[in-house]
Design a protein around this ligand. Structure first.
Ligand code: ADP
Ligand code: MG
Length: 248
């Protein structure tokens, strides 16, 4: 590896977050390198969403530092909309605009944030809708689509910004079981193409398959971290073992 690929894209240092006297995150430390696919697993309430929300600056940590390309995302004059274009997020609940068509949903960010022309925005939207298999639905409204289709549109919308990193917070948890596969398939192909991703998921087979690194969170701390083989085949921490035993 050369020096460029060794520099972390995102660096989380000693992140702690309290809500009142609830210590939700405690001393979280990890880095994400280009082409990493980091899967974050752990029980409900362990702080996974809060961590992603801190990375996306939807929450501010009580203490600690997050840098993107060596710049603090909390620094004064930080360009938040540029950051949100470079570090996109896909939510459990899709968060599409229901009054807009599929195409309009996928053009909004590139028009408003990246200031693309209508034509450029349309080209990007169609490129990424095609990638997720949703090009035939450009004129549909979200309510006319299944959950799996809506989530694929949400992924296309994020991809249209051509981000460096995509964050996913349980992207398949709100889906009927028969729709989980189509969304995971899209994410698998993005991983294969080398998109850097941080994915909170309960899909253990998927995590084992696609991730370069797995982080197990337990009660606000990183209880164990390693390669998928280390975490899924030889977990060292009894808490990891106990958590994973629920999925067998
Ligand atoms: P996970 O995503 O792993 O299920 P969360 O990050 O959503 O965990 O939540 C971790 C803890 O933080 C929970 O105890 C939750 O109740 C608490 N929490 C999350 N968001 C807030 C908030 N905005 N205000 C107060 N408590 C919160
Ligand atoms: Mg969550």
């Amino acid at each position: 590896m050369d020096a460029v690929t060794q520099a972390p894209l995102l660096k989380m240092e000693h992140i702690s977050k309290r809500f009142g006297d609830n210590p939700v995150l405690q001393d979280i430390d990890f880095q994400t390198f280009p082409q990493d696919v980091v899967c974050i697993i752990g029980a409900s309430g362990s702080g996974k969403s809060t961590l992603l929300r801190c990375i996306n600056r939807l929450e501010t940590p009580t203490s600690g530092e997050i840098t993107f390309h060596d710049t603090s995302i909390f620094s004064r004059n930080f360009n938040l909309s540029a950051y949100h274009a470079q570090v996109g997020m896909v939510f459990q609940s899709f968060n599409l605009f229901h009054n807009l068509t599929v195409l309009e949903n996928c053009m909004l960010g590139t028009r408003k944030v990246l200031k693309k022309s209508k034509e450029e925005a349309r080209t990007l939207a169609i490129k990424y809708l095609t990638k997720v298999g949703m090009a035939p639905y450009i004129n549909a409204k979200p309510a006319q689509l299944s959950g799996g289709q809506q989530q694929r549109v949400a992924i296309a919308r994020a991809l249209a910004m051509e981000p460096e990193v995509l964050l996913f917070d349980e992207p398949t948890s709100a889906l009927d079981p028969q729709m989980v596969g189509e969304v995971l398939q899209v994410m698998r192909s993005l991983a294969k193409e080398g998109l850097t991703m941080i994915i909170v998921t309960h899909e253990m087979a998927f995590a084992k398959d696609v991730s370069t690194r797995v982080i197990f969170m337990d009660q606000g701390v990183i209880a164990e971290e390693g390669t998928p083989a280390q975490i899924f085949d030889q977990p060292q921490n009894p808490r990891t073992q106990e958590f994973l035993s629920r999925f067998i």
